[in-house]
Design a protein around this ligand. Structure first.
Ligand code: FES
Ligand code: FES
Length: 186
């Protein structure tokens, strides 16, 4: 059993202490924004923030995360208003959805400490792998996010996702569309 705080909520995992944090988040807590890429610490798709540090959740166990504060991409902001999220959209730095959450978390941890990172700072702090070559846009986005975080620049909010709850439920069989009451007419 391992207790920690995940996205601001106390959580207790009744799992073997050797369970990777990645599995606990995805399979037990249903926080599937954190992705499983390689499972061996190479790709960065599984990055979460633990006590302010971006860590690969495939490499730490829930016993090692005991008592710590874990933030996943779901907990970064309630409305995708975090500067990194806004800048990633604005700079079109989002390619596949698999790598993006890990990049966002590594970038968020970086600009928290260093809101004016150089390209070299970014390459060191955000070593995430991307086969589609989003790196130049990613650097621009992270530097822009730093400026937004420092209130030197503003970005208007990203548009809402263009998918309804019903469509999402059709696409993902494990989901259920929310119950809706009978239609009413004016
Ligand atoms: S899944 Fe953790 S680094 Fe690739
Ligand atoms: S963002 Fe996933 S391969 Fe480039």
């Amino acid at each position: 059993m391992s207790a920690m705080t995940v996205n601001g909520r106390p959580v207790q995992f009744n799992l073997d202490g050797d369970t990777p944090l990645l599995w606990a988040l995805r399979d037990a807590a249903n926080l599937t924004g954190t992705k499983y890429g390689c499972g061996v610490g190479d790709c960065g798709a599984c990055m979460v923030i633990v006590d302010g540090e971006a860590l690969r959740s495939c490499l730490i166990t829930i016993a090692e995360a005991e008592g710590r504060f874990v933030t996943t991409v779901e907990g970064l902001s309630r409305d995708r208003s975090h500067p990194v999220q806004q800048a990633m959209v604005a700079e079109q730095a989002i390619q596949c959805g698999f790598c993006t959450p890990g990049m966002v978390m590594a970038a968020a941890a970086l600009i928290q400490k260093n809101p004016a990172p150089t390209k070299a700072d970014i390459e060191a702090a955000v070593p995430n792998l991307c086969r589609c070559g989003v790196y130049p846009r990613l650097v621009s986005a992270i530097q822009r996010a730093g400026r937004v975080a420092q209130r030197q620049e503003r970005i208007s909010a990203a548009p809402a996702p263009g998918i309804s709850a019903e469509d999402a439920a059709r696409t993902v069989p494990a989901m259920a569309a929310p119950e809706t009451g009978p239609a009413t007419a004016d």
